[in-house]
Design a protein around this ligand. Structure first.
Ligand code: ADP
Ligand code: MG
Ligand code: ZN
Length: 484
């Protein structure tokens, strides 16, 4: 098989975390009974007039600023006409429509940064972010009467983020999608939960014969609902296009879906043309005129974003870039670490505890970090207790398990269980002497130079002290006695 070079661009839909819908006051669906949150506007009754949701516009601008976009203060709404049983209106209000005359999305010309596995930074262009409304839902529950229609989702506010075709491999595509999810979470504009479908991704991919050849013809794979499926679908499509090109055939531009069972992309339709949707300027809406003061106000309230937070963690706390990366993937984890690190004597060790012990346990919890009983300040205190030799690292593991189970402070647990490390030289020496007396033969060998026996003695002393003797002290005393 020949070697081709992939070119990839993503389209990411995300549901904005507003209380109400895009163009009416109906509540956004929250697991209620079907068709509860509807009104003449979101059902598209003739004569009902849509009014844009200011919060949704604010969120779209917030997202645009976080993705370094230009904000169009004179954006436009477009009507996209199509028939589908989950769309009672027969059209969707959006901000894009194939022709430049309709292309006035609220945000355009942005960028994001990803760190590639080799540590280099890659910039990926954001073509545009436009706002639109979601359609309803068909429920295929196999009831004898057929499928059901639920209009609760009709009119839910969405943003679609479109990247430039700057991505060069499926792995890079995953990094870009991760970064978009992170930014959605950090800015709070969307819950960005792929499992719940409030973030979905379409992957566009084509192949070319060299890194500077013109772009090939692309396929668009719709509705990928996990990072894993994005990567798998792109790889499956690379394989398919490679076979096509190797056979001397042309790739046909088409829209596909990913069959996860067979690990294959399947054509759902050949490429539709803009005129199929008969786009025209939305006649029920004026242009979306935004005051620049409104944009500046939003800019001022932008939170610290993942890249900045990662850099701050490295600079302020002296942790490794890799640890900082892991600790900032999830916004809540980053806040947790930040809170703990502020009161911790050794943030590096703290980072290790979170990345290894804590996050491993979190994976097993149904509600993730929210279900953790340990307070950040308490984990910091545990690290401080190791740092000042109150407890050994080994005892700390025991204390951690108890903290995780009960949410008690480490000081409480150590006190209750009498786990304070024995750092009194006399007390430790007494235990060492007992052990030496009981193993005189081995001690003579040790004294005579059999260094490997040291581990045996340290182990015995630790056992006898219930793990509480300070290992450093035990070592010192053994060395001293051997030299006597
Ligand atoms: P459409 O509405 O036809 O899907 P969009 O402009 O919404 O068009 O999205 C096009 C997506 O396809 C963008 O993410 C863009 O980066 C990507 N893209 C465009 N041309 C190519 C290509 N030749 N190969 C791969 N991706 C491409
Ligand atoms: Mg598209
Ligand atoms: Zn409504």
């Amino acid at each position: 098989m020949s070697k081709y070079f992939p070119v990839i661009g993503l389209e990411v839909h995300c549901q904005l975390a507003t209380q109400t819908k895009m163009f009416c006051g109906c509540e956004v669906e929250v697991n209620t009974s079907p068709n509860k949150h509807v009104c003449p506007i979101c059902l598209g009754m003739p004569g009902a007039m849509p009014v844009p949701n200011k919060k949704a516009v604010e969120y779209a601008i917030r997202l645009g600023l976080a993705l370094n976009c230009e904000i169009d203060l004179n954006a436009m709404w477009t009507r996209k006409n199509y028939f589908y049983p989950d769309l009672p209106k027969g059209y969707q209000i959006t901000q894009t429509g194939g022709l430049p005359v309709y292309d006035h999305p609220i945000c355009k010309k942005g960028s994001l940064e990803v760190t590639l596995p080799d540590g280099s930074i890659k910039i990926v262009g954001i073509t545009r972010i436009h706002m639109e409304e979601d359609a309803g839902k068909l429920v295929h529950d196999l009831s004898p009467e057929g499928s059901h229609f639920d209009a609760n989702r009709c009119g839910t506010p969405l943003c679609e983020i479109v990247t430039e075709p700057d991505i060069r491999s499926p792995e890079e595509a995953v990094l870009v999608l991760q970064k978009i999810k992170q930014i959605l979470e950090y800015t709070g504009v969307s819950n960005a939960n792929m499992e719940n479908g409030n973030m979905r991704c379409d992957g566009n991919i084509s192949l070319r014969t060299s890194e500077d050849a013109p772009f090939g013809i692309r396929a668009e794979i719709k509705n990928l609902n996990s990072f894993n499926n994005l990567e798998k679908a792109l790889n499956a499509e690379i394989l398919l296009q490679t076979i096509t090109l190797d056979a001397g055939r042309e790739v046909e531009q088409c829209t596909k879906r990913f069959d996860t069972n067979n690990n294959k992309t399947i054509v759902i339709r050949s490429k539709e043309d803009a005129h199929d949707y008969r786009y025209f300027p939305e006649p029920d809406m004026l242009r979306l005129v935004t005051a620049s003061e409104f944009v500046e106000k939003i800019r001022k309230t932008l939170p610290e974003l993942p890249d900045a937070r990662r850099k701050r963690f490295v600079e302020n706390y002296g942790i490794t870039p890799y640890d900082a990366h892991v600790l900032t993937i999830d916004r809540d984890v980053s806040v947790w670490f930040d809170t703990a690190a502020k009161v911790c004597k050794n943030p590096k060790i703290l980072a290790n505890w979170i990345n290894s012990e804590l996050l491993r346990e979190v994976k097993e919890l149904e509600d993730g970090l929210a279900g953790v009983k340990i307070k950040p300040e308490h984990l910091a205190a545990l690290v401080n207790l190791i740092e000042d030799n109150t407890i050994s690292g080994k005892i700390a593991k025991q204390v951690f398990a108890e903290m995780f189970a009960t949410g008690k402070s480490p000081e409480n647990i150590i006190e209750e269980k009498g786990l304070v490390q024995i750092t009194d030289t006399g007390a430790v020496e007494a235990i060492v002497r007992e052990v030496v007396l009981a193993n005189e033969g081995q001690f003579l060998e040790f004294k005579a130079g059999k260094a490997a026996l040291k581990g045996f003695f340290v182990g015995q002393v630790m056992k006898k002290s219930g793990g509480k003797a300070s290992p450093g002290l035990v070592n010192q005393i053994l060395d001293k006695m051997a030299a006597e």
